[in-house]
Design a protein around this ligand. Structure first.
Ligand code: ACO
Ligand code: OAA
Length: 384
């Protein structure tokens, strides 16, 4: 039995190819390094959904459709205003996406064309929800979307209320390219399991957001930054701190990967971005990260994953920690949609088996008056 389904081939997919031993990641066969250098979020989203790079006219039309989808029902904005300002943005996003389904004109359909329409809306709306809730919780006025801006630039515009610099837009755009898809990662698998019951796309994406939030998955980028802040606040040496954590058998967020046994190709770009942005702003977070990376690699032979340098990159861009995982979702929605579309286009229920480890069958049904409590921890044994 493969615990955690390690290395189990659970589905066919033509979206994303990974060679974990060689550190290769590609979308529809095109290497991530080339995409990170030459492409943009709109183009790779077209690629993920259509299995081919767009022509100039197709890209223009696609970008236009994505910008035109920047609309949120008033009731969803009311919901964002109604939740406590202290709510975690990732929880708010999860619930808002669930709520969006009630207002989506194609909500019940799982047909290809309806799924594509929903993909445009969800991709546009997730970015807007993250930006809008951040402004609402800070008591700031909402900023209307600007359809002349790219997806990355519009997100920064709606978040900060000022036109973003080319450097910030480019950095976010590259981060969005890098995070957009990753084969059957936990959140995408969750989305496909939900979609495979012929449930709707919003249900699948709501489940995916719940899975992404966990600290073993997308939530690790926030945990990395909390670690860096804690070390900095305590004035500790980063290597000594991490050494102590490893001695206590604690995991270091941002390291290790189920599939990559060598460098995560996305970390290569994020490391460079963290360093470059740090040079112009504050190199501290990059420098601390680099020291930790070198030590963990030497000591545990573990490589930094996509979440490690995204933390210092986003912090240097002035983004709050609890928006890191939501921003992961702002990008990953492109991949989730591609996978839900692929699943619905050629569906079969996903229903694996469990290796049963419980009491041998047939176990006796003991009448209630004859039972002794078997509970170990919960519920606690009532005192006699
Ligand atoms: C976008 C993403 O989801 S990328 C991943 C983001 N998650 C993180 O960064 C959290 C930290 N990393 C981890 O917890 C793991 O490496 C995971 C979840 C990514 C992969 O998990 P798995 O493939 O199940 O590996 P598993 O957790 O079994 O670890 C294997 C061994 O490496 C160790 N290990 C793995 N990651 C780490 C880590 N980050 N720090 C310290 N030790 C680690 C484990 O303790 C274990 O050691 P052992 O065999 O001595 O018990
Ligand atoms: O593939 C995984 O297991 C996790 C990951 O890196 C991602 O989702 O980007």
């Amino acid at each position: 039995m493969a615990k955690g389904l390690q290395d189990v081939i659970a589905n066919e997919s033509s979206i994303c190819f990974i060679d974990g031993a060689k550190g290769i990641l590609s979308y529809r066969g095109i290497d991530i390094h080339e995409l990170a250098q030459k492409s943009n979020f709109e183009e790779i989203t077209f690629l993920l959904w259509n299995a081919a790079l767009p022509t100039t006219a197709e890209l223009k039309d696609f970008s236009h459709q994505l910008a035109a989808a920047r609309q949120i029902p008033d009731d969803v904005i009311e919901f964002l205003r109604s939740v406590p300002k202290t709510a975690a943005p990732m929880e708010v996003l999860r619930t808002a996406v669930s709520l969006l389904s009630i207002y989506d004109p194609d909500e019940k359909s799982v047909f290809h064309t309806a799924n594509v329409r929903k993909s445009f809306r969800l991709t546009a709306q997730i970015a807007m929800i993250v930006a809008m809730f951040d402004r609402i919780r800070k008591g700031k006025e909402l900023i209307l979307p600007d359809t002349s801006l790219s997806h990355a630039a519009n997100f920064l515009w709606m978040l900060n209320g000022e036109k973003p610099s080319e450097t910030a837009t480019k950095a976010l755009d590259v981060a969005l390219i890098l995070h957009a898809d990753h084969e059957l990662n936990a959140s995408t698998f969750a989305a496909r399991v939900i979609a495979a019951t012929l449930s709707d796309m919003h249900s699948a994406i709501t489940g995916a957001i719940g899975a992404l939030k966990g600290p073993l998955h997308g939530g690790a980028n926030e945990a990395v930054m909390h670690l860096l802040y804690d070390i900095d606040k305590a004035g500790e040496d980063p290597v000594e701190h991490v050494k102590h954590m490893l001695e206590n058998k604690e995991k270091i967020s941002g390291f290790g990967h189920r599939v990559y046994t060598t460098e995560d190709p996305r970390a290569t770009h994020l490391r460079r971005m963290s360093e470059d942005l740090g040079k112009d702003a504050n190199p501290k977070w990059y420098e601390m990260s680099r020291k930790i990376e070198l030590f963990v690699k030497e000591e545990k032979k573990l490589n930094a994953n996509v979440d490690f340098y995204s933390a210092s990159t986003y912090t240097t861009l002035g983004i709050d920690i609890d928006l890191f995982t939501p921003i992961f979702a702002v990008s990953r929605i492109a991949g989730w949609c591609a996978h839900v579309i692929e699943q619905h286009d050629d569906n079969r229920l996903i229903r694996p088996r469990a290796d049963y480890t419980g009491p041998a069958y047939p176990a006796p049904y003991v009448e209630i008056k004859s039972r002794q409590s078997q509970a170990k921890e919960w519920p606690p044994k009532p005192s006699a």
